[in-house]
Design a binder for this molecule. Structure first.
Ligand code: IPE
Ligand code: IPE
Ligand code: MG
Length: 243
């Protein structure tokens, strides 16, 4: 069934989970799963460019993923750098605007430089905003927002009693982007794992057992179909929305 444009989420946020298990099922090293996962991310980005979706946020590396074995962390960061190098031209040609959200300061200089270069190169592109969340955590985001607000209070620019939800939203890592409409998590776990805690307050959640490297365009269509048939009430009653 074809959905109407209004039925599409403007912003999709994805926890791409299940790469390790995908590799294990095939008797391969976890890295093979990450490679296949990057390929699927590439496919998903291309699909979204052709859909009325405006923002795609992909969770690539959480602030907790540093706890993985050092070798896996190194391989993941290397893979990110390699793919950013090899893919940025295609992303740019497809009018994709790339942005990294997360604490980049912990990354090797080479990666930080590549991220800045990629952001600068693609900043005016309009087809899709691709946000890659790396060294990102919802708690980190809320903590850094709190620090900025506290600094404004300390400077006398803001009174504590004047702090509103808007102040918090405006001080998060990416204040110019609408909250996600649809949150997808692959890989069978039914948890948020410290993703966009504030921004997902009213996001529609879609969990699937499909492992990330298998999450193809048809799987995305199923998630979109599910989204299109939800009633988003934001606290109101169903009857109110019909009138
Ligand atoms: C998600 O896949 C990718 C990252 C967290 C970088 P996993 O690596 O978590 O895969 P599983 O959960 O072990 O299968
Ligand atoms: C969440 O996946 C982070 C990313 C996909 C980048 P994990 O596989 O690390 O999540 P947990 O730790 O099992 O919840
Ligand atoms: Mg996992």
């Amino acid at each position: 069934m074809t959905e109407l444009i209004d039925d599409y989420p403007q912003h999709i946020a994805v926890i791409m989970d299940g790469n390790g298990r995908w590799a294990k099922q095939r008797g391969k090293h976890r890295y093979a799963g990450h490679l296949a996962g990057v390929q699927q991310a590439r496919n998903l980005i291309e699909t979204c460019v052709d859909l009325p979706v405006k923002v795609l946020t992909l969770f690539a590396f959480s602030s907790e993923n540093w706890r993985r074995p050092a070798l896996e962390v190194r391989l993941l960061l290397n893979l990110f750098l390699l793919k950013l190098r090899s893919e940025i031209k295609t992303l740019h040609a497809n009018q994709v605007c790339f942005r990294l959200i997360g604490d980049v300061s912990a990354f090797p200089d080479k990666l930080q430089n590549r991220v800045s270069y990629s952001e600068d190169l693609t900043q005016n592109n309009q087809a899709l905003l691709l946000q890659v969340a790396a060294n990102y955590g919802g708690r980190w985001d809320l903590t850094q927002a709190t620090r900025r607000i506290a600094a404004q209070v300390a400077q006398g620019e803001l009174q504590p009693e004047d702090i509103t939800e808007a102040h918090i939203s405006q001080n998060l890592a990416f204040p110019d982007v609408p909250d996600p409409d649809l949150f997808i998590r692959t890989g069978g776990e039914v948890r948020i794992s410290n993703f966009m805690l504030w921004q997902c307050a009213y996001t529609e959640c879609y969990f699937t057992d499909t492992l990330w490297p298998d999450f193809d365009a048809a799987a995305l269509q199923q998630a979109l179909h599910s989204f299109a048939h939800r009633q988003r009430r934001f606290g109101r009653t169903g009857e109110q929305l019909k009138t």
